[in-house]
Design a protein around this ligand. Sequence first.
Ligand SMILES: Nc1ncnc2c1ncn2[C@@H]1O[C@H](COP(=O)(O)OP(=O)(O)OP(=O)(O)O)[C@@H](O)[C@H]1O
Ligand SMILES: [Mg+2]
Length: 345
Amino acid sequence: MRSLRDATSKKTTADVAIDLGTSNTRLGLRGKGVVVDQPSFVATQAGSRGREVVAIGKEARRMLGRTPANTQVVRPVREGVVADFEATEQLLRHLLRRLPTTTLLRPRLLVCIPSSTTEVERRAVTESARAAGGREVHLVATAVAAAVGAGLSISEAVGNMIVDIGGGRVEVAVTSLGGLVVRRSVPIAGDAMDEAVRNWLRDARGLLVGERTAELLKRRVGSAVLLQDPPQMRIRGRDLETGAPRELDVSANDLVEPLGAMVEQIRDVVLEALRETPPELCADIVAQGVLVCGGSARLYGLTDVLRDATGLPVLMADDPDLCIAEGAARMLDDSALLARSLEVS
Ligand SMILES: Nc1ncnc2c1ncn2[C@@H]1O[C@H](COP(=O)(O)OP(=O)(O)OP(=O)(O)O)[C@@H](O)[C@H]1O
Ligand SMILES: [Mg+2]
């Protein structure tokens, strides 16, 4: 791998921005923003030439829990990092083909990765992206891309705190002068919440449900705080005792306790990052507030919990799901911003 300085001594640009996430993968192009947004799922079948892809994205996710024995639905990314190299390559290759342009035979890719990844994890992303057809692969910390996406001026000597609450990981970073001053991360986010909801339904209500139902329930009525007039949702599952299908009404308040452990961990990692932040930058964050993004930032009441715990203004990005990919797309032809990317190979 070349050092960042060598790589950026000439004007650097990239063609496609990729936010490769545990739950969703987004591709962005310069001037166009996010043009592909698909769940990170790959369905394969055993064929004559090994495992062949039968579906990608939404279509593959729909197959989850409904596949015959010879079909497998894989989630290539877990806890924010590549867990299945081959499936990641397949996902990226297929999504790159969906770009509305024919000029990109072997595009240069800018891939967002968690700021706290190890060298080995970074290499896995780089190699998957290359194998998927990338000519050159730049890596950028998701926190930096998120800050750009939210319109923060990351190049100045001003501290910004960014909290990305995704599907597989919570990342807290403080940026200043385009670099990362503090980085903290826990592999607990949306997936862990789904699991907690599922376990609660099984243990407290004797109802077995699939991953998709648990996630839908969380998204529709999940809450980090108790509510006066909690919304409800009727779900279907299988009774643990009788094995028969059964319906159940679940209220937002039922889910506060099962989700509580995750909410507390998210709060604690933000508090830890604040404790590590140098005083001058802390003062900036007090003035500017904490930016939250990522799909799980949408959990009802979560930003209120963070606001209460930190005593700071907590601002949700305008589009928390797309903010990272939008920011990365904006970085594509900005060589000064790209110079902030972590490494290039
Ligand atoms: N309204 C909502 N309430 C709670 N959670 C939500 C809501 N909407 C989406 N989510 C959750 O957001 C998560 C997906 O967020 P996002 O797309 O940011 O993750 P990702 O970038 O793929 O994951 P990561 O960055 O951790 O690798 C999923 O767990 C999803 O269930
Ligand atoms: Mg993400």
